[in-house]
Design a protein around this ligand. Structure first.
Ligand SMILES: C[S@@+](CC[C@H](N)C(=O)[O-])C[C@H]1O[C@@H](n2cnc3c(N)ncnc32)[C@H](O)[C@@H]1O
Length: 300
């Protein structure tokens, strides 16, 4: 693969996700508020000021954003934040964040993560844009955090991890948030092979994927047409999806077992439903969130 936009320009989709999180951190409605206050420091200053105006926030999230993607990003952030907190409380050895973009968890959870090493992976240009922004805003990088530049479609993940000191067999959390759809299917396979190779017993993998039918443009889900257009416009096409009913089989190849599998309706129930049962936000239907674990060999 050559000539991908992410080789020469900071990932647009990473910037967009960061903008969603920044916007969400300013919401007064508790269903829409998530607490990535650092994302707000990473958006350009003029935009940060504008985001304090509710009308501007509405324009970004209702008019500019593909239907249900703002809600999906909020739900995904809350879901993965909860997994992050849980495994830190359990004292996991290390965390690997693939395609980290403007993920700020290493900073947001630095107190809880003092004894856990965090590694962030991304293409060089996007990683540099984030580190430059951290420096510009006076945000110091916690001592437990390391950054590894890589293009998953071109370079050896196993070699990069070994070089960076990611321990084989450690109890690890692997986070692949908003990433797999952008990779070639062979790179997804390679990535999960490496996860299998490095993950110690009890390790956890959290990721999201798009449904196979979305890549075939079947247009069956809420917001599907919108999101496909936006991704193409950003020059970051989707190549990988998982077909309905195929998740267990996909993960079994890498000795992983599904612990949780959430679709848009599950996320609406978890994050956007009030006490009377009214749904206050519709979630884009193209993605699902998965939590999987590497069981002990006797249970695999
Ligand atoms: C949609 S963004 C998600 C960023 C971040 N995980 C988040 O949720 O905010 C996709 C990220 O994957 C990275 N990415 C896409 N293709 C990649 C590749 N082949 N190698 C390394 N990183 C890649 C992009 O640079 C970008 O940061």
């Amino acid at each position: 693969m050559s000539g991908k936009r992410i080789e020469t320009t900071t990932s647009m989709t990473a910037k967009w996700t960061c903008l969603c999180r920044a916007t969400s951190s300013l919401e007064s409605d508790t269903y829409y508020r998530s607490n990535d206050h650092i994302a707000l420091l990473l958006v350009p200053v003029f935009l940060r000021l504008l985001l304090h105006i509710p009308l501007v926030r509405n324009f970004c999230t209702q008019t500019l954003s593909p239907k249900g993607i703002y809600q999906y990003t909020i739900a995904r952030t809350k879901y993965i934040d909860a997994v992050f907190k849980e495994i830190l409380a359990e004292g996991f050895d290390q965390i690997l964040i693939f395609g980290a973009g403007f993920d700020t968890r290493a900073l947001r959870f630095q107190k809880e993560a003092v004894d856990t090493k965090i590694f962030e992976l991304d293409v060089p240009i996007t990683q540099k844009a984030k580190l430059d922004q951290y420096a510009k805003r006076g945000l110091s990088i916690p001592a437990n955090t390391a950054f590894i530049s890589i293009d998953f479609d071109k370079e050896s993940l196993a070699e990069k991890l070994a070089e960076a000191g990611f321990a084989r067999g450690g109890r690890s959390l692997f986070v692949l948030e908003g990433l797999l759809m952008y990779l070639q299917p062979e790179s997804v396979d390679e990535t999960f092979k490496v996860i299998h190779e490095f993950a110690g017993e009890g390790s956890v993998v959290v990721f999201d994927y798009v449904r196979g039918s979305v890549l075939r443009k079947a247009r069956s889900y809420h917001g599907e047409k919108d999101i496909m257009k936006s991704v193409e416009k950003a020059g970051e096409r989707w190549y990988f999806g998982i077909e309905e009913g195929e998740l267990d089989r996909f993960l079994k190849r890498f000795d992983l077992k599904v612990s949780e599998h959430k679709d848009a309706q599950d996320l609406e129930r978890m994050y956007f439903t009030d006490a009377s049962g009214e749904i206050l936000g519709r979630v884009n239907g193209t993605h699902c969130l998965v939590r999987a674990a590497k069981p002990a060999p006797s249970q695999a």
